[in-house]
Design a protein around this ligand. Sequence first.
Ligand code: SF4
Ligand code: SF4
Length: 412
Amino acid sequence: MKRREFIISSVMAVGGAAMLTGCGKKEVQKAENQIVTRKFNNLNIPLLGFGCMRLPMRDGKIDMVELDKMVEYAMAHGANYFDTAYMYVDAKSENAIGEILKKYPRESFFLADKNPAYLVNSKEDVHRLFNEQLKKCQVEYFDNYMIHNINKNTISNYRDNDMYGELLKLKKEGKIKNLGFSFHGDPKMLREVINEHKWDFCQLQMNYLDWEVINAKELYEIADEAGVPVIVMEPLRGGGLCNLSEKAAAKLKEACPDQTPASFGLRWASSKKRVFTILSGMSNLQQMKENIDTFVNFKEFTPQEEKVAADIAKIIQEQGEINCTACRYCMEVCPKAINIPAIFGLYNIYKSSNLPTKSFMFVYNYNALNEDERADKCINCHLCSKNCPQGLDIPALLKKVEAAVKSADTDR
Ligand code: SF4
Ligand code: SF4
């Protein structure tokens, strides 16, 4: 057993209430049931990872009390993989997760972070940002580290500044254990990026809806053929696949009555064998308990369920929703602070609802938004679209939503 695995298993083997180790760190109370793991570079990685993009919030701030409980629960059940990034939660995610994880022995958890390619204009930037991240997370190294969000707008930052070469130096110094990238481009670009370097892993957006919608199937197959291990991001599409329309939910209930939409979506992602962990952006302890339960009592996804997933995806596509995952990257650059994910979220609920009150509710909820953050305040600068990993033409879609609100207003 490697030293790291020995330490993890030793930590996990300690019972009793939260105790402190000799070095003043918090020992983990091992739960009876542990989540399933998959092998990655001779390590046992939990199949469910904690995505720190949608942390619990209270009064506009990260709810550190809830986050502490969530991390404790996750660690106790072996869900000790945490994934953060520079810009998550308005650039506060790294500080928050670092503050909580510093209580635990460093070897007892896996921490992943990402170098924000869109902010990199020189080789020095790569190192400046990396060092800032180490400090924010209060660690000496990252287990998995990525070039964040390679897409058509950031590919030149990644290539022109030789981000891979610079990060490889840090890997050789032991500050990065495994080097990868997260990706939001097309299949041609993925093939090029994968062939350019020797990657330890890649992180792809995969869920049963995007399998066809953004051609995640082809992206996965490229990584699979190249033998590059895959981490799944957005397995529930920003929570969208947890809140199915009545029609889609009825389909799931009929075929898989014992499955919640979240469990179904997470298990779908686990059915791909090159995948070693699936990130879920959990926002409260209840969500975490439900997700961990899925991976404690894990059942392999069946071919029959594959068919159900494809049928549900078809229903959702027919509803004409906007392909927004509520990642909020657009909000970082919008000079007018338009609440883009909220506006698209309301529109998607409207499009997926069969309720007779749907027009009333759409207009009511839209008008409940602050006037300054509504679609009509958009100045068409297109800065947001450049930051959108889904490649959405946001200003055009805002106009579409505005028109839908007007039309719904006359319907109700
Ligand atoms: S196009 Fe509109 S929504 Fe997008 S950044 Fe500019 S003002 Fe904001
Ligand atoms: S519009 Fe794009 S960038 Fe903005 S929240 Fe949705 S997916 Fe993210």
